[in-house]
Write a protein that binds this ligand. Structure first.
Ligand code: SAM
Length: 224
């Protein structure tokens, strides 16, 4: 199958199942106008995140990798009125665009954007005693996925979900000889998850308008 077919199938289901959404459309347009790379999750993947958060009954969410806030909006929409989402972003321009998009979406009261390298922000969240979180979405630099996973686990409760994007890397994840830091990061992360007895996890390959990739999902099975 070709990329054209994957994209057409995504469009078919998206047109059918996801009503036109002026806020999300405006977010993508604002991102493009601000020169952000088009590496946000696809609409049907955003909806999947939203459904995961709803199924989970999530009240607290931590996202790593905000970009323009597209996935943030999908996730935050699943929160109750007193919910909270913290999203971490290293790039000040991305954070500024995301802030405006979240304001426009009427979600800024639920979402806090923390600017800085995610590992520093996580250390700060730790110092503030925040957590546990009900759902984590890890979508930043892949080199640190293992550290992000460990942090997420340490700040979980039994039943927390840890979702990690881009774990397939166009199939390169199976290349044992790869020296690509992102591939190495994903492999280290996957081995870390496999060795952790307090989670139950799987990974899925996906194809669609964003190409060939995949995500991992882990549920925390014990009180931490
Ligand atoms: N989750 C977003 C969405 O679907 O709309 C897309 C996130 S994009 C794939 C990755 C983002 O992570 C970029 O905005 C990048 O600047 C940010 N990022 C990369 N490395 C980071 C780090 N070490 N700390 C914080 N943010 C980082």
């Amino acid at each position: 199958m070709s990329k054209e077919t994957w994209t057409a199938v995504d469009r078919y289901f998206t047109d059918l199942l996801l009503p036109t959404d002026p806020i999300l459309d405006a977010t993508l347009q604002a991102n493009a106008e601000a020169g952000l790379p088009s590496i946000d999750v696809a609409p049907n993947q955003g909806k999947l995140l939203n459904l995961f958060a709803q199924i989970q009954g999530a009240r607290t969410i931590l996202e790593i990798g905000t970009l323009g806030g597209y996935s943030t909006i999908w996730l935050a929409r699943a929160l109750p009125a007193d919910g909270r989402l913290i999203t971490l972003e290293a790039n000040p321009h991305h954070a500024q665009v995301a802030r405006k998009n979240l304001e426009h979406a009427g979600l800024d009261h639920l979402v806090e954007i923390r600017l800085g390298d995610a590992l520093d922000s996580l250390a700060q969240l730790d110092a503030e005693g925040l957590g546990p979180f009900d759902l984590f979405f890890m979508d930043a630099d892949k080199q640190s996925n293992s550290e992000y996973f460990q942090w997420a686990l340490n700040h979980s409760r039994k039943g927390s979900l840890i979702i990690t994007d881009n774990v397939v890397r166009n199939g390169r994840v199976v290349d044992e000889a790869s020296t690509d830091p992102s591939v190495l990061g994903v492999r280290r992360f996957a081995e870390h998850v496999a060795a952790e007895p307090r989670v139950s996890a799987t990974a899925l390959q996906t194809v669609g308008s964003k190409g060939y990739d995949g995500f991992a999902i882990a549920v925390v099975t014990e009180e931490i």
